[in-house]
Design a protein around this ligand. Structure first.
Ligand code: EPU
Length: 286
């Protein structure tokens, strides 16, 4: 079956932040299934939201929107050889691409290191680290429209900006992408290893969190540094707290919910605006 409908499902484990959440879920296992589903939901005026790895996503306690989760088949032997171009499904975990980059020393692919995401989710938000942004490796993106058509978006310099794509129209869903690399470079495996060490040292990886909560207001004015300077590390609301390890992370220590998350985020935003006059924009999707 191409799609399974799971009404009133516990969605807590669909995000890495693990905020308590319930709602209707549809698991989609093929592009054709999605092509049939989206026009049906549109005709019924049902709003939907695609959740990938759920690493940069917060869900409300009761979710009004239908959650769509993609799980397309992928033959892992495809990544056993190096290629010039890769045609990959949106539901593929980015971790597979990092392992592939280590194996073959693919230049440019160090960008994937440590990003907890599905390929589709990472492209949607042009995920990145201080090694670069994913958008630089994307040649084209396959998208299903609200009306069920499959279209190919050719990527150019205007397609992405910081944590943002400029090509996805209302209701469209990324189903796959064609990726390129910049050649072979034997220093890449070491670069990836060093970067993973850096993350382990500076980020609370073992906790329930949603990655960086805010976008950096400026390249040299990082949200984490500013929150830290404000003395807001370890600020708590219920079971949530600003991470003592990295202030742009919020850790969930228990059964917390969306309202508590919103409270904590609003407190930080208010203080930033009030004392620094800086408007903090959320990176995490709520
Ligand atoms: N800093 C502090 N206190 C803190 C946290 C950071 O002073 O509590 C300082 C650090 O010492 C450093 C500077 O702030 O001098 C920047 O910190 P970091 O290197 O951790 O980078 P970042 O800008 O905070 C970005 C991405 C991360 C990515 C890291 C590492 C954004 C919003 N965040 O964080 O991405 O992992 O670089 O490459 O662009 C994410 O997007 O979800 C994410 C975690």
């Amino acid at each position: 079956q191409d799609c399974s409908y799971l009404p009133n499902c516990d969605l807590t484990s669909y995000t890495t932040m693990r905020l308590s959440s319930k709602g209707n879920l549809i698991e989609v296992r093929s592009i054709e299934g999605l092509q049939k589903l989206l026009p049906l939901l549109t005709a019924e005026k049902r709003e939907y939201l695609v959740v990938g790895w759920g690493a940069n996503q917060i869900l409300p306690a009761i979710c009004d929107k239908i959650i769509i989760h993609l799980d397309f088949p992928f033959d892992s032997t495809y990544l056993e050889v190096a290629r010039d171009e890769y045609i990959l499904p949106a539901s593929l975990g980015i971790n597979h691409l990092t392992s592939h980059a280590v194996k073959f020393g693919l230049k440019g692919w160090e960008v994937f290191t440590g990003i907890p995401a599905s390929l589709g989710g990472a492209i949607y938000m042009n995920a990145g680290t201080n090694l670069g942004e994913i958008g630089t490796l994307v040649k084209s993106v396959q998208v299903v429209t609200r009306t069920g058509e499959l279209r190919e978006e050719i990527i150019d310099k205007t397609s992405f900006s910081y944590r943002h794509n400029h090509f996805l129209k209302d209701g469209e869903v990324i189903v796959g992408a064609t990726l390129v690399h910049l050649g072979m470079d034997s220093t890449i495996p070491q670069k990836i290893k060093d970067y993973l060490e850096y993350r382990k040292k500076t980020q609370p990886l073992a906790t329930k969190n949603c990655g960086c909560v805010f976008k950096n207001p400026h390249k040299e004015l990082q949200a984490g540094r500013l929150i830290d300077l404000m003395g807001l590390k370890a600020l708590t609301v219920g079971g949530l707290r600003v991470s003592p390890k990295h202030a742009n992370f919020i850790e969930n220590g228990g059964a917390s919910n969306w309202d508590q998350f919103k409270d904590l985020v609003d407190t930080i935003r208010f203080q930033m605006d009030h004392f620094y006059g800086i408007e903090f924009e959320l990176e995490v999707k709520i």
